[in-house]
Design a protein. Sequence first.
Length: 279
Amino acid sequence: MAAISPPSRTTGTTEGSVGGSGWLAAFVGEWRSLTRLGAFILITLATAVRRYRDNSRVIRPQVLGEIHRCGVRLLPIVGFLGVVLGIVFVGQTVSLMEQVGASNFMGTLMVTVFLREMAPMIAGLLVLARVGTASVVELGTARALGEVEALEVLGIDPIHYLVVPRVVGFAAAVVSLTAYLILISLGSGYVFAYARGLKASPMEFFTAIAGAMTAMDFPLLVLKTLLFGALTGWVICYQGLARPMTLEEVGPATTRTVAVCVVGCLMLDALFITVYLLL
């Protein structure tokens, strides 16, 4: 019987080098995409500052329209979601802490887990899911059909006309919806916990939450939600407008937008957790 020769090391080395080069190529590609997104953000900021007063009669209605689409139209679903979160998370958590005699930590838990983390992330993801994906399709289709080039021919800056209103609208919407979600959730959660035997009065409940907040909680919450919304708007516009595309590429661009926005918001959230720990 013929002896079985040992596997060649050359093949393994070759596969390892190919795998390593594949990982390196993927890293370089992601890094280039990140730098292009950063350049797009800087261009948007520069355009917003430089052309702040240009065509205000045209841009202001665009901004208000984006705020209405991203914020006002989502109030019913955010209110419903706030009631559900209030019952499922806030109410049951407060009731459980009352039962185990840990009601003294009720305010700290609500501030640390719900106000700082859950509410901003849920509001940002809801805006992304309900409005962001549709915006990518809208912008990508406009780019594929040549409408963006038509704006340039007419002397209209696409960044000023299409990107700036969306970034402002998304940022304002996420800030407002986060505050609305917090109020609805805490109110409905208290009602549910009170129905289950919570002894604290409404004044005691909200005073405990306010007492657990620090002086930096409110400005950091506003800054976090602003960055969540602005980042979502920038990624949406970048994926829809930054490069020429065909109609077949609109769907993959939407998928990339969702992935990049989720990862970006999680990274921003991790950064803010570090800030909270240092304060």
